[in-house]
Write a protein that binds this ligand. Structure first.
Ligand code: MG
Length: 160
């Protein structure tokens, strides 16, 4: 392989009432949802930052400013498509990505396959290169108190 790249991303959004909870493009039934300028899909935001980081292209705040009305209520899966459509990505293949969603509640593991499938459908990546994991923080900190959800992502890209 001529070039191997790795990037990491991290994001946090606040949980509030009367918002949808959308994670990896999947709407999860929940009393609380994530607050944000876009649909606040914290996992996909972390993934986009990992991808941008791998190619040293900055971060999503630079590319999709949160004061730009064009991105109000934006579907983060559409933003992910836009990131991957950047010309810099055209010569790279995704080797794998690994996401961790840090949430005390709701229980997310029943949605794992739906999330992986949604990422695969939007990106064209193979399912066995897409990992989605969940953890709690044992009721500690803002995630543990249910005040927000955090996500981390790592993505590896390669060029032949
Ligand atoms: Mg975000």
């Amino acid at each position: 392989m001529k070039d191997f790249r790795i990037g990491q991303g991290f994001d946090v959004h606040k949980l509030v009432q009367e918002r949808k909870l959308i994670l990896c493009g999947v709407e999860i039934p929940s009393e609380y949802g994530l607050l944000g300028h876009s649909d606040a899909d914290v996992a996909i935001h972390a993934l986009m930052d990992a991808l941008l980081g791998a190619l040293a292209l900055g971060d999503i705040g630079m590319i999709f400013p949160d004061n730009d009305p064009a991105y109000a209520g934006a579907d983060s899966m559409e933003l992910l498509k836009k990131v991957l459509a950047m010309p810099e990505f055209s010569s790279y293949k995704l080797l794998n990505c690994d996401l961790t969603i840090i949430a005390q509640k709701p229980k997310l593991s029943p949605w794992r396959e739906a999330m992986r499938q949604r990422i695969a459908a939007v990106t064209g990546w193979e399912m066995d290169r897409i990992s989605v994991k969940f953890t709690t923080t044992e009721k500690l900190g803002f995630t543990g108190r249910g005040e927000g959800i955090a996500a981390t992502a790592v993505a590896a890209l390669g060029k032949e």
